[in-house]
Ligand binder design. Sequence first.
Ligand code: ATP
Ligand code: MG
Length: 557
Amino acid sequence: MENEKRESLNFIEQMIENDLKSGKHQAIQTRFPPEPNGYLHIGHAKSIHLNFGLAEKFNGKCNLRFDDTNPEKEDVEYVDSIKSNVKWLGFDWDGEFYASDYFPQLYAFAVQLIKDGKAYVDDLSKEEWNEIKGTPTVPGKESPFRSRSVEENLQLFAEMKDGKYQNGEKVLRAKIDMSSPNMHMRDPVLYRIKHVEHHRTGNDWCIYPSYDFAHGQSDSIEHVTHSLCTLEFEVHRPLYEWIIEQLEIFPSKQTEFARLNLSYTIVSKRKLLELVEGNYVAGWDDPRMPTISGIKRRGFTPESIKNFVKKVGVARRDGITDVAVLEHAVREDLNKKTNRVFGILDPVKLVITNWPEDKEETLTAVNNPEDESAGTRDMMFGREIYVDRADFMKDPPSPRKWFRLGPDREVRLKYAYIIKCTGFDEDENGEVTTIYAEYDPETRSGQDTSGKKVKGTLGWVSVKHAVNAEIRLYDRLFKTENLNDIDDDFKNHLNPDSLEVNTKAVLEGSLASAKIGDTVQFERVGYFRVDEDSTDDKLVFNRTITLRDNWEKQQGK
Ligand code: ATP
Ligand code: MG
């Protein structure tokens, strides 16, 4: 038992368990630290589940901390969306913090470093710095300003803060080691001048801490025990540790894990912003976007994301996850939860000629065969119905190859009767306009006394009760599998067929009362969610996902 438990722990859980057992920490504190410069995406979901999940598992705490140190790119719109996304994923934070709340403390830390001779004000321009900084194999040269006195540095830094200098005129650097093989240790920037208004601190500050100077110190201020970040920050770890050591503050520890990369998907806020700003999509919450807001609107569920993240696991090496794994998790969850209804995307009328003109019958349909508690519903059946054009062939192959409808062929209408096709009308282009059939009164579902056996069962919608809707059929936003591997602009890889709008679909009458956010399965077609664009006069459905993965087939693979 003990062993089984041990085996199922990932390397971070293992480390935490050891830290708790050894008494290094009494309890753990984690944090999710987004920069509010865009909407969260599916990659962030992994980090959220990891940080909040660990706090849950080990009875610790997890903060939500906004890493808001780049005012020109940040906005409260993003802060709000991030909070609502984290909640939607099923988590609540212990503390809600902002790196900007720590600006006075961070400034004091910087002053302390200057006083200790560990930081200096540098006047070199970016270009001049690039000339002297060297390369990983060639040591850098020291800035001529490196040897300024503590007093001079204190004065210049205060003047930077007071707005005496223009953007880029000066920076504050840590004084570490210009010949370190790690470029991040070659006198990294701690503060830069930016005369930009901040979405929280307004114009209080015109100097802002760098990522490296804000991040670890914020962790430390919050007593974060385990600071988890993605692998690209591994090279920043020595600096993270150096600053904490110099300041002698709470020793938060950074651990890296592999970021989530998904096939056919972009996971970068910066690039997603480009899609939004260039109107390649209808906004951050466009249902094709891999943002949390987008996949929510599309009809993915928080549980499916949780199952997906669990399946992907936590690794120490980068890889690319097949988007089919995510889609599978979504299908699995929706299969359990959604009611089955009839929705016909390409309808053609079918008249049952031996059914009396005005007669209607109430039939009983099962809502969800996977969930008995979902119950049943009434469906009205009458003389005129719609069936899907794809379920009819004018000249079908042998009955062993074609179970559906065609002249003289018999099928069952689900929950209703067996019908036999007696003919059809077509227009001048050969397109079928009406199908004619006769029903067999002995074959009503559940009360069939005919002994007839048919192989095909069709969905249908009563013409009299049909509801019209706009159906948005989504496909993958990108047509290229590995978007990390491309040399050209990622926008060249957009799938031109990622959205098809269908306005001819007909839905069964029960959907007249569908509400925004409802998810259903159109039998044999896919899963759909009622979109926010729906109005009292018009329902809009998003196709969340097809029933089966037919991407490879479509691509002719
Ligand atoms: P982006 O490049 O999309 O802006 P980021 O890493 O700059 O991503 P942040 O807002 O700084 O975005 O990230 C918040 C947290 O989410 C960080 O701890 C980061 O490591 C994590 N994170 C971001 N992208 C991924 C991903 N694809 N997989 C796992 N974790 C991620
Ligand atoms: Mg970032």
